[in-house]
Design a protein around this ligand. Structure first.
Ligand code: ZN
Length: 551
């Protein structure tokens, strides 16, 4: 059991942190015994914890008593542990204590964390503010230049490693479903379901330029094959026939998506109203943002999606800033799906700090907007579903990979090979840390002039090779919700055992089970594995099981 002492302002962040690092913990209570005592910028009470963790970027008694010289650094700093780079966004305290380094400050090579061990006791002093970092990640988010680093998942990994390395018993409910290494959420924003709705608008002229001229430039740069140039030219010259209804609309790629994703789950975010551009955070209207299709225009597509068991969610226009409008947007889509619960992703990823509570008020059960337009990776520093501050129920399914971010010249501008390498690095992270990889491949991206089908097929192959659980957005959120309802109860009479309780929810009956991992377990009868040099044993928690763990 971890005891945590921190300033009251950090409490809500701490509660959320321990939903992501799901392990028994409580706020420190006088007189209680803890294996691990975690102090965040606070004085250390009398204790007999085997591991004492002192986080904080301000000077503390630890270094003063030992005469350790310190230096404070500000701004974005890179730390390294196990050779892994981790950015710190607040201030950081460095320690001059040769031989005791645990975490290294990359630029100065000084220690950003040091440890001092005695016979049965270890103190680790970390010179940064863990929960302020976590709050920054979950609210502000990382700048796009550091998008590729799963910073929050690294903070969890560092804390876990410190505990396990100290041979303190640890139990944890893993952020991956039993039987899978991680979750994949395939999603599609439905922005342009047909090219024929764009006669003589900016989208059509943009298409013509990119198909006729852009593809030739790309061919000269080695980014397009001759076959692709021909396909795009053919598509461009077929436009009059498409507008006349005499040729196939090459932006209607739904059947192809359903064929490529046969046997998998996916979620389609559909814009509820035609011609409404909404307003941005400065109150401006950008006409280009308005959708050119109405739900009645794509009624057949929607039927097809429902009969193929796909999830249809809201691709919102104004829901992020106006809960009454959000309510309307939700109801429009629920009239079609009949689903009791609906999620949302904002068109153009419009969002601000008030958006989570506005969306919750509008009755959405999840949002999947937190990501980057210009990069792929981890805006909130994590691959886990999380809860924003100031909401009760709404969960955030972070968005990690978007096709337009990878390939647009004004964004990452990658070749297909470079894009694959960038995505493989995210797949590698999610196999290590668990969580979900959320992917957005736009509706028209398989057709001309984008022709990003090969990249998508390769991505699906790379994902399938790792045997993840392919789930819809709502299934993913429900699974994380189930994990969040699990609770640990310390058994009073012996003080060393914990009971794990999960809520019985019939709606969650089809979801994969939770896995409880017990590190340094004395009983090593089955499934004994090794991770980061620690021994562990895994138990499956299903339904309303109560598992008693000697920890
Ligand atoms: Zn959109």
């Amino acid at each position: 059991m971890i005891g945590v002492i921190a300033n009251g302002v950090e409490h809500s962040t701490i509660v959320e942190f321990f939903e992501l690092f799901k392990t028994p913990w409580e706020f420190w209570r006088p007189g209680s015994r803890y294996d691990v005592l975690l102090c965040s910028n606070s004085t250390v009470p009398e204790n007999d914890a085997r591991l004492l963790l002192l986080y904080g970027s301000q000077q503390q008694a630890f270094e003063r008593c030992r005469g350790i010289k310190t230096q404070s650094v500000r701004g974005h700093q890179f730390l390294s542990f196990r050779g892994e780079r981790m950015p710190i966004y607040g201030s950081c305290l460095l320690f001059n204590s040769p031989g005791n380094e645990v975490v290294i400050h990359e630029r100065t090579k000084s220690a950003a964390a040091v440890s001092v061990a005695s016979e049965d006791h270890m103190v680790v002093r970390l010179g940064f503010d863990l929960f302020q970092e976590v709050r920054y990640l979950l609210t502000q988010g990382q700048p796009a230049e550091f998008a590729s680093i799963p910073t929050l998942d690294l903070h969890i990994s560092l804390l876990r490693e410190l505990i396990v390395r100290c041979e303190v018993p640890l139990v944890e409910i893993l952020p991956m479903p039993t039987g899978y290494r991680f979750i994949v959420c395939l999603t599609h924003d439905v922005d342009h379901p047909r090219v024929r709705y764009h006669m003589c608008d900016h989208t059509m002229f943009g298409f013509l330029y990119r198909a006729l001229i852009g593809s030739v430039i790309d061919f000269c740069r080695g980014r397009r094959s001759l076959r692709q140039v021909v396909t795009n030219w053919k598509a461009a010259f077929s436009l009059p026939l498409v507008f006349a209804g005499l040729a196939k609309d090459f932006w209607n790629q739904l059947d192809r998506y359903l064929a490529l994703e046969k046997g998998l789950a996916s979620t389609f975010f559909v814009i509820p109203t035609k011609g409404d551009a909404g307003v941005d955070s400065e109150g401006r209207t950008k006409r280009k943002r308005a959708s050119r299709y109405a739900l009645t225009d794509i009624a057949d597509d929607l039927k097809k999606l429902l009969s193929a068991n796909r999830e249809i969610s809201v691709h919102g226009i104004d829901a992020w800033r106006d809960s009454a409008k959000g309510c309307d947007e939700r109801e429009h889509i629920q009239e079609i799906t009949g689903a009791a619960e609906t999620g949302i992703r904002m068109h153009w990823l419009y969002f601000d700090s008030q958006a989570p509570s506005t969306l919750e008020k509008a009755g959405f059960s999840y949002d999947s907007t937190v990501g980057y337009n210009e990069a792929i990776g981890y805006r909130a520093g994590t691959a886990q579903v999380f809860k924003h501050p100031n909401v009760d129920r709404l969960l955030e399914l972070p968005l990690h990979i978007m096709d337009t971010a990878l390939f647009y010249p004004s964004y990452m501008n990658l070749s297909e090979d470079e894009a694959r390498t960038a995505m493989l690095s995210l797949i590698k992270n999610v196999t290590r840390f668990g969580g979900v990889l959320t992917i957005n491949w736009h509706d028209r991206s398989l057709g001309p002039e984008r022709l990003w089908a090969d990249a998508y097929v390769t991505l699906l192959g790379d994902l399938r090779a790792q045997t993840p659980w392919f789930a819809t957005a709502s299934q993913t959120v429900s699974w994380f919700r189930r994990r969040r309802t699990a609770s640990f109860v310390r058994i009073a009479h012996d003080g060393n055992s914990v009971r794990v309780r999960t809520a019985t929810d019939p709606a969650a009956a089809d979801l994969p089970a939770l896995t409880l991992r017990v590190y340094n377990s004395a009983s090593s009868s089955h499934k004994l594995g090794s991770k980061e040099n620690a021994l562990f044993e895994d138990f499956t928690i299903d339904g309303s099981d109560e598992v008693l763990i000697a920890a």
